[in-house]
Design a protein. Sequence first.
Lengths: 162, 416
Amino acid sequence: MSTAAPRAADPYLSDPRRPATSALTPWWRWLFLLPGLAAVLYGVRGLLTAGGRVPLDSWLTWFVGSALLSDLVITPVWIALGWLSTRLLPRAARPAAVVGAAVSGVLTLVALPFVLGKGYDPANPSFLPRDYGQTLLVLVLVVLAVSAVVGTVAVLRERRRS
Amino acid sequence: MTRALDRVLGARLPAPPEQLRRGPFRPGAFPSPLHSERRAARTGAFLGLAFTVCFLTGLLSHWVQQPPGWFSWPASPSWLYRVSQGTHVATGLASIPLLLVKLWTVYPKLFEWPPAGSPARAVSRLAVLVLVGASVMQLLTGLINIAEWYPFGFFFTTTHYWTGWIAIGAVLVHVGAKAPEIRRGLARRGSPGATAGLDDATAAELTAVDTEAEVSGVPRRAFVLAAGLTVGAVTLTTVGQSVTPLARVSVLGPRIAGVGPQGLPVRQTAERAGTTDVGADYRLVVDGPDRLELSLADLQAFPQHTERLPISCVEGWSANATWTGVRLADLLEAAGLPRDTEVTVESLQTGGLYRVSTVSPPHARSPRTLLALRLNGEELAPDHGYPVRLIAPNRPGVMQTKWVTRVTPGAGGIGG
């Protein structure tokens, strides 16, 4: 297949009112679209008929809230950090900084519910048996220290080369 | 000749006035070449795989606890549920960084201009909202749930189950909707497939972005490394809750195999269940043609058997332990019932959804299914179900009923 071939094969090419893209092709998209729609409808029906176990206002709050949390908080914060790094860090140090920040950031997010310990039960010492705040702090410091070392080495190498 | 559906869905919609195109809507507002179709497709392939694993293992766990008529769950191998549910939670946790990476990659699409170029785009964007909402919600509430924190206002398991159908459906719809982009993104860079279906100008633009991604300030290799290391870090720090040899390495795991009363972690405590004061008047009733009413001493007089079986919590953690007690099938036989009778096991616990569980025929007849009196060589601790608990191979922890007081023929609780 060459780059020109799909265009030549476009059956709509002669039609001046043709759509920007075809929704109908490739044919195998329907193998995903139709079962996918069926699964979504099945899930929605299940939620609607779950009665008191799933109050729909709570469900909607978490559903919309989750999308907003990622779109308006987590991703913008990360993009802002990336923007800052282009201003503050030498180019050679940026890959290490990004990797270090990503690892420590994700560990923090995943550990946060354990650090907050809202489910902690003093009668059950087998649940949350560690000091998660301190453990996380050590992990983050180690990850950031390693990325700082790797970044510094990269900058020094770059300087020696130029 | 254009087909009618395409004419409707593909009709070009008027764009809003250009003056409104500000901030993140400006062209070039997101300069990184890693915001590309290629990175989105490739991260998406891993994420799609992870979601499929989560969905299937989740569905299995649902069927084990609420079996449809055609479904039968075996008693052997004893570790199957442990592996399946450990995989469910570990894959869900690993999906958190994958999803964040994926959402970052496609973030500029949120500010696409015009916001909806055609009805097809409008529908597609609504479908993406469903996908993002359901995906983030599943991972977020799942994580909060394994921290045993319930701020939801809904019942977690029911919601997680139905939202799981929405999430996997939305993933499938997304794959179908993005079929051309996925095909290009997964094709080798520079191959004809990588620009299939694009006009020359768009193809050149796409190729330039992918070429720049190789050498940009944060290059593709750093992106891939960040994605891989975040997944690795999350997995390594938590998976020891189900993979016992890694228990001490997984410093963020909410439970440690070997830590708890008698060296075994606990989910429901005797204090919460209200079963701390079990006295000498305790009796185990086995209903049947020859009804039994057994004291603890009567149970100890039955032949005792020892089995090494895991507790495998739906929250993902699991741990092996050595249990000693009476075979359930021996008790059923003594009560005049066939050894493979389906029975309901009832707890002294007064409330909660899990105070009763159904033992299906494969588990009832299994010689490894015990009404355990001892754990790791000692009389059961109250938190492990003193005086008697059910322990059967290949069942979720919520169905290993503690503080057992009654065994009745028939399906009555979870698992039936």
